[in-house]
Structure formats: structure tokens, C-alpha cells
Design a protein around this ligand. Structure first.
Ligand SMILES: *[C@@H]1O[C@H](CO)[C@@H](O)[C@H](O)[C@H]1NC(C)=O
Ligand SMILES: *[C@@H]1O[C@H](CO)[C@@H](O)[C@H](O)[C@H]1NC(C)=O
Ligand SMILES: *[C@@H]1O[C@H](CO)[C@@H](O)[C@H](O)[C@H]1NC(C)=O
Ligand SMILES: *[C@@H]1O[C@H](CO)[C@@H](O)[C@H](O)[C@H]1NC(C)=O
Ligand SMILES: CC(=O)N[C@H]1CO[C@H](CO)[C@@H](O)[C@@H]1O
Length: 372
């Protein structure tokens, strides 16, 4: 072939190679041959995110809607030209809408807890599956590969295992906290919805009573809602989002390491390409730092600044001290009767009867109530 033809052909081949390379599914640093992290993991993240955004949107405009739906002055204007029957029906709907809202929100909180717990479990399993993949590679090594390299692969594996243990512990702590917060939101909302349904059964449906009761519910719904969704819920969203970001990063890094191991063992040049195996601690140090940061973030967010200044190094982690400490802390938090104990401080005892004006009390069949 003429030399003047060779050059374009060379560039053409380079071009083809480059674009065929681009068109592959890339996951880690552009040269992933296999997708190591499962679709299931990414789908779980997406799905959870979707439900989380839905839940946030649902709660987002509650206070405005409450104002709109239960404002008696707006209803009075509308009602000026309607019959009493229509008007009362209208108000009846507003009140059932309100309790439906709390019931639905409670269900959504429960759904979100389920999604988040599953997502965290899949995350842990995904991390564990990297250990299995590493072992598979270890067992399928060619006999020609030296025992020295095999030993290095084993040592690296031990470091990965230690990373996995630490990562799983942190995920467990995050999961416990987020689930705890969301479950208490679920419990308060459903209790409040039940109280409304129950009260409504004893309600005397007159025009005046509707007005007084709607004012009452508008005021208390705002109080109870704000109390339930205050700092803890926002912290829980934050904790979840942060752990999700870190988890994505961890998966990319693990994937990268699998690919690198694969490449190094497939090449004949171990000395060059398997360098990273020689010092697993250093090679994984950035990932361990990432976990440390995550743990610190968690301590600051949850323990509200009461941070143990001596950051725990890995030597401690293998003893599992940190996670036991955290679990104990969470257990003591939860021990005050989780379903109806400290969480439901947002709904006062003997609500609503005790908090009603004398006028409003007259609107209920309160003989039934007092005998309760
Ligand atoms: C990977 O590539 C295949 C085939 O080209 C495609 O069907 C699939 O959706 C891709 N997956 C991702 C995550 O891009
Ligand atoms: C307000 O009314 C709308 C329409 O009836 C309903 O969809 C919504 O859930 C209500 N919101 C509240 C907070 O009552
Ligand atoms: C995670 O792994 C455990 C143990 O291997 C298994 O029992 C569980 O079903 C897995 N969870 C999910 C969601 O795949
Ligand atoms: C917790 O609830 C149980 C019943 O569910 C009750 O027997 C116990 O006294 C409660 N403990 C506290 C501290 O309220
Ligand atoms: C019940 C009542 O007052 N209905 C009136 C509502 O307003 C229309 C005119 O806008 C009247 O025709 C109705 O009689």
C-alpha cells in the first residue's frame, strides 16, 4: 500500500476505535468492559428518589392548601348564594378531605420507609457482591499466575472486606435513623386522621358548628403538621440524600477497582499494572476517608454536635464499637415506647376535646366522648 494511503487509514481506524469505544456502556472512568454494579441498584435509587420527591411535594403546599380549604371566610362568600344543604355538603367534603390528606400522607410515609430500607439493603448487598466478584476472580486465576500475585489479591480482599463491614455499619445506622423518623411521621399522621374521623362521628352538622370546628381544625392542623415535619424530617431527607450520594460514589470506586484488577490480571505485565495491589491500605484510603466523613456528618447531624472528637480508625471499627455505641443510643431513644410514646408529643394528650372552646364542645355528642 502506498504510504500516502496508510496515514488516512490509520486515522480512520483510530476514529472507528474511538467511537466504538465511546458507544459502549461506560460506568467507571471510561473503560468499563462489564457493568459490575447491577441495574437493580440504580433502579432502587431512582425509585426511592421518586417516592421521596413525591412525598416532599405532597407535604410541600400543605399549609397553603389548609388555608384555602378550611378558611371559613372564603366559604362564607361562596355560600352567600347557595342553599344550606349544598353549603353543608361542601363543608363536609372539606373536612373529610383533611382527614384523607393525613391518612394518605401517612401511607406515603410508610411507603417511603419501605423504599428507603429496601434501597439501603440493596446497597449493602451490592457492596457485598463486589467481595464475591473479587473472590471469583481469585478462584479463576490462571495457574500460570504466581503465588505472590495471588497473595496480593488475597490481601487486597481483606482490606475490601474491612471496607465493606464499615460501609454496611454506617448504612445500617443511616437506615435506622431515617426509618425511625419517617415511622414517627407515619404514626402521628394516622393518629391525627383517626382522631378526626372519630370526632366527626360525634359531630352535629349545623352551619354554625361547621364554622367553629373548621377554625379549630385549621389552627390545630397547622400546629400538628409543623411539629411533625419540623427539623427531624428535614434531617432525615438530608441524611438519606447524603448517604445516597456517597453510596453512588462507593459503587463507582468499587467498580473501578474490579475493572483494574481484571485488567491487571489479564495483562502479562503484573509489575506495572498490578502496582495498586501492593499497598491496599493506601489504595483504598480515599474510600475510607469518605466513610469517615460520612460518619462525622452523621454524628454532627444526629448527635447535634456532641461529636466524639477522636475519630474512630479502622482498628476500632473491626471491633464494631462504633456501631454498637450508635445502636445503643438509638435504642434508648426508641425505648420510650416507639408507637405512641415520645413521637406523639405532637398531638397533645386528650386532644381534641380538652382543647375545644365551650361553644365548640356543644357541637359534639360529648356524652359519648366523656364516657370514653
Ligand atoms: C447498555 O447498552 C445496551 C446496548 O447498547 C443498551 O440496551 C442499554 O440500555 C445500555 N445500558 C445503559 C445503562 O446505558
Ligand atoms: C384541599 O382540597 C383539595 C381538593 O378538595 C384536596 O385535594 C386536598 O387534599 C385538600 N388539602 C387539605 C390539606 O385539606
Ligand atoms: C440481600 O442479601 C441477603 C443475604 O445475602 C438476602 O437475604 C436478601 O434477600 C438480599 N436483599 C435483597 C433486597 O436483595
Ligand atoms: C410502653 O408500652 C407498653 C405497652 O405497649 C406499656 O406496658 C409500658 O408501660 C410502656 N412504657 C412506658 C415507659 O410508657
Ligand atoms: C339561592 C339563591 O339565592 N340563588 C340565586 C343565586 O344567584 C343567581 C343570580 O346570580 C340567582 O338567580 C339565584 O336566584
Amino acid at each position: 500500500m502506498e504510504t500516502y494511503l496508510k496515514k488516512p487509514i490509520f486515522f480512520f481506524l483510530l476514529f472507528v476505535f474511538y467511537f466504538s469505544h465511546l458507544n459502549r456502556n461506560h460506568t467507571a472512568c471510561g473503560y468499563s468492559q462489564y457493568k459490575y454494579t447491577s441495574e437493580r441498584y440504580y433502579m432502587a435509587l431512582e425509585d426511592t428518589d421518586h417516592v421521596k420527591r413525591g412525598f416532599q411535594a405532597l407535604l410541600h403546599s400543605f399549609l397553603e392548601n389548609l388555608q384555602k380549604n378550611l378558611s371559613t371566610s372564603i366559604l362564607l362568600n361562596v355560600a352567600a348564594n347557595t342553599t344550606d344543604v349544598i353549603e353543608i355538603e361542601n363543608r363536609h367534603h372539606k373536612l373529610t378531605d383533611l382527614s384523607s390528606f393525613f391518612q394518605y400522607s401517612s401511607e406515603q410515609a410508610a411507603l417511603l420507609v419501605g423504599k428507603i430500607e429496601l434501597c439501603f439493603e440493596i446497597t449493602k448487598n451490592e457492596s457485598e457482591s463486589y467481595l464475591r466478584k473479587w473472590e471469583e476472580i481469585r478462584w479463576s486465576l490462571q495457574p500460570s499466575i504466581s503465588t505472590e500475585v495471588k497473595a496480593l489479591v488475597d490481601e487486597y480482599f481483606i482490606e475490601m472486606q474491612s471496607f465493606h463491614t464499615m460501609f454496611s455499619d454506617i448504612i445500617d445506622d443511616f437506615s435506622e435513623y431515617v426509618a425511625h423518623v419517617l415511622r414517627s411521621v407515619r404514626d402521628i399522621f394516622i393518629e391525627y386522621a383517626d382522631i378526626q374521623t372519630d370526632s366527626f362521628r360525634r359531630f352535629k352538622a349545623t352551619k354554625l358548628c361547621y364554622n367553629v370546628y373548621m377554625d379549630f381544625l385549621q389552627q390545630w392542623s397547622a400546629i400538628i403538621f409543623k411539629c411533625t415535619t419540623a427539623t427531624d424530617l428535614n434531617t432525615a431527607y438530608d441524611v438519606y440524600t447524603t448517604s445516597e450520594t456517597t453510596s453512588r460514589h462507593v459503587m463507582t470506586q468499587l467498580e473501578f477497582r474490579m475493572q483494574r484488577l481484571h485488567n491487571c490480571l489479564a495483562s502479562r505485565d503484573y509489575r506495572m499494572r498490578c502496582q495498586f495491589l501492593r499497598n491496599p491500605e493506601r489504595d483504598l484510603s480515599k474510600l475510607f476517608i469518605k466513610l469517615d466523613e460520612l460518619q462525622q456528618y452523621f454524628d454532627i447531624k444526629i448527635k447535634r454536635g456532641r461529636v466524639n472528637s477522636n475519630r474512630k480508625r479502622r482498628s476500632d471499627i473491626s471491633e464494631g464499637r462504633k456501631s454498637i455505641e450508635l445502636k445503643l443510643k438509638m435504642q434508648t431513644n426508641r425505648d420510650h415506647n416507639s408507637t405512641a410514646g415520645n413521637e406523639n408529643k405532637c398531638i397533645p394528650i386528650d386532644f381534641p376535646y380538652k382543647y375545644m372552646s365551650t361553644n365548640l364542645k356543644k357541637c359534639f355528642d360529648f356524652l359519648l366522648w366523656e364516657s370514653k
